[in-house]
Design a protein around this ligand. Structure first.
Ligand code: ADP
Length: 592
């Protein structure tokens, strides 16, 4: 797959998958963020509410806290406790003070806890005569302390907060003054506010609650000891004090936790009330927070789905575009293939025509060469034939005249002619017969001298100056003298022929020995060889000479002889003009 295709086909899929992962994590993060933010907000607001409730509770309690002390200092109350006088006076005083202060009840108990006087002395459920010696607020007062106690009234059955103060005379405990505060209005206010506010005591009993169903339930399972202590103080009458099943789901920070009650989640904020062993709780439903988170999640999911759908649409569109383009490309490639096929067919047709033309040309060339050769042979042979004919006619005449001596001369001439003809045909035989086996060895210098002797008349005829650079020591090569000489004669004759029209007619024959080879180079100052003729020089019957002047056999015969002797022959033009033929033949030995 090419890099381009890889990016087109694979990368979008990865981007697509990455998009799903990213959008999922984004939605999750956003949901979490919104949830956490809303929760933080809830905690903040809840904390503020808690401060407010704690203030109102403390205010409600402290409003009456001074009353037991004030009563304990009252001289009439002290006289009553010492002498049992002033009962009526104290009762009335308590009644009027209670009405004025707005407390639930004010009463005076003696040193054994028996109520001597009470603000409700005239009511059917009067405290007077009842003994509250079992109540912790009495025992605390007896110990010289301020008593603080929440309990359900044993006489009235109404819950209230009891605060006591010891009445001492010369450090002798005479009794205690007690105020009972009704906290139900506070509860009513919380209830009306629609908020869940709870107060638990040291044992975890919810004695104040804006929710009625949670009232007098416990936050933790009470131990046997705790139950016995509660019973001894008759704090909550005969109530069963069942456990409120609030399951803690998560503890957030100090006094903050998420709880589950009957399947619903709540944020529960708790705070200790300073100076009291109570805990104030504010319970807020978590549903709105969760709903906010869910709303964000829903929006996120919808948005992601929209983006996904858009992505899929874009991808689909692009895929379609790609397939359309591919189809177009396929058609183009098909058309190109067809064109190529046509071109190939056209080329093979042209090739066939060319082959045929070439074959024709070869044939024509062969015929031309044959014609050329035939003309050459005819011309070469015609001369001696007509000479023989002439000699024969004159022979007949000489015989008629009885001049036998001259007939003899005539026949000798005929013989010479036939020898000449035989030499022509002998040259042609070299192409007809197989290579003759090497016979003996020959000294190059002898062959060269022979060849120069044969061509000597031509040198003087055409005014050719000859230069020779030939080593003195005889160079021996394998072969027969006649054929080596023939090669040299051919090359010398050709060089002389080439210099016919030259002003400077110099022929240089240089012989040297290199790498066990004899190198013979024959250089002239002639016309040189045309470039187009170079390749055909050694082809039989190739000649640039006029009919009758050359048959085109010299170089081809020389080539045949040299290769038969295991050597090479090549031609080149000289830079200063003229041609140079170089023959290399294997050196057998050289004698000093
Ligand atoms: P011929 O001499 O009968 O033409 P060759 O085979 O000897 O046949 O030579 C073939 C041709 O090579 C010649 O016709 C000539 O054109 C060319 N040639 C040979 N030798 C030389 C040379 N020394 N300088 C220029 N051309 C040459």
């Amino acid at each position: 797959m090419s890099k381009k295709r890889f990016f087109r086909n694979i990368v979008p899929l990865w981007v697509f998958l990455l998009g799903i992962v990213l959008s999922t994590s984004l939605v999750w993060q956003a949901t979490r963020w919104v949830y956490n933010d809303a929760l933080d907000n809830l905690i903040k607001v809840g904390g503020e509410r808690l401060t407010l409730y704690s203030g109102t509770l403390r205010e409600a309690l402290s409003r009456y806290a001074y009353l037991p002390y004030v009563l304990s200092q009252n001289i009439d109350v002290q006289i009553l406790l010492k002498t049992s006088f002033n009962l009526d006076l104290v009762n009335r005083y308590l009644e009027s003070l209670n009405t004025e202060a707005g407390s639930d009840a004010l009463y005076v108990v003696n040193s054994i806890g028996e109520t001597l006087a009470s603000s409700n002395w005239q009511e059917p459920l009067s405290f007077v005569g009842h003994n509250y010696g079992f109540r912790p607020y009495f025992t605390d007062a007896k110990a010289g302390l301020k008593g603080r106690f929440f309990a359900i009234g044993v006489t009235t059955g109404r819950p209230g907060y009891f605060m006591s103060h010891p009445v001492l005379k010369d450090e002798r405990f005479l009794g205690a003054t007690v105020v009972k505060v009704d906290l139900s209005p506070l509860q009513e206010d919380w209830h009306k506010g629609g908020e869940t506010v709870l107060v638990s005591d040291a044992n975890g009993v919810l004695f104040l609650s804006s929710r009625n169903d949670w009232k007098y339930r416990t936050l933790t399972q009470l131990s046997e000891g705790q139950r016995n202590m509660i019973l001894a103080g008759r704090q909550y009458g005969n109530l069963s004090l069942d456990l409120l099943s609030l399951e803690t789901i998560e503890t957030l920070a100090d006094g903050q936790r998420i709880v589950r009650f009957e399947g619903d989640l709540y944020l529960m904020l708790s705070r200790s009330l300073p100076g009291l062993d109570w805990q104030l709780h504010h319970v807020v439903p978590l549903a709105p927070v969760r709903e906010q988170g869910q709303a964000v999640a829903a929006i996120g999911i919808v948005l992601s789905l929209l983006i996904l759908a858009l992505g899929l649409y874009v991808r689909e569109r692009r895929q379609k575009q790609i397939s359309r383009r591919k189809a177009r490309e396929a058609v183009a490639i098909q058309e190109m293939n067809l064109r190529l096929q046509e071109e190939v067919a056209e080329r093979s047709r042209t090739e066939t025509i060319l082959r045929e033309t070439q074959a024709e040309l070869v044939q024509t060339g062969k015929l031309a060469a044959l014609g050329h050769m035939a003309a050459g042979i005819v011309h070469e042979l015609n001369q001696p034939i007509s000479a023989i004919r002439t000699q024969a006619a004159s022979g007949r005449l000489l015989l008629d005249r009885q001049e036998t001596g001259k007939v003899h001369e005539t026949l000798t001439a005929v013989t010479r002619m036939t020898e000449h003809m035989a030499s022509i045909t002998a040259q042609l035989k070299i192409f007809a017969h197989k290579t003759p086996k090497l016979k003996g060895q020959v000294v190059l210098q002898d062959c060269l001298d022979g060849a120069l002797a044969m061509t000597a008349p031509l040198f003087s005829e055409f005014g050719i100056s000859l230069s020779k650079e030939v080593p003195e020591k005889p160079l021996i090569l394998g072969g027969d003298r006649a054929r080596v000489k023939q090669v040299l004669v051919n090359l010398i004759r050709n060089a002389i022929d080439a210099m016919h029209d030259s002003h400077q007619r110099d022929l240089l024959i240089a012989v040297s020995v290199q790498n066990q080879e004899i190198e013979i180079s024959i250089s002239d100052t002639g016309t040189g060889i045309a470039d187009q003729d170079m390749e055909e020089l050694f082809t039989p019957f190739f000649t640039t000479k006029e009919v009758g002047e050359g048959m085109g056999l010299g170089l081809s015969i020389s080539y045949r002889i040299v290769t038969d002797l295991g050597g090479t022959i090549r031609a080149q033009n000289l830079p200063e003009g003229g041609a140079q033929f170089t023959v290399r033949l294997p050196l057998v030995s050289c004698h000093a």
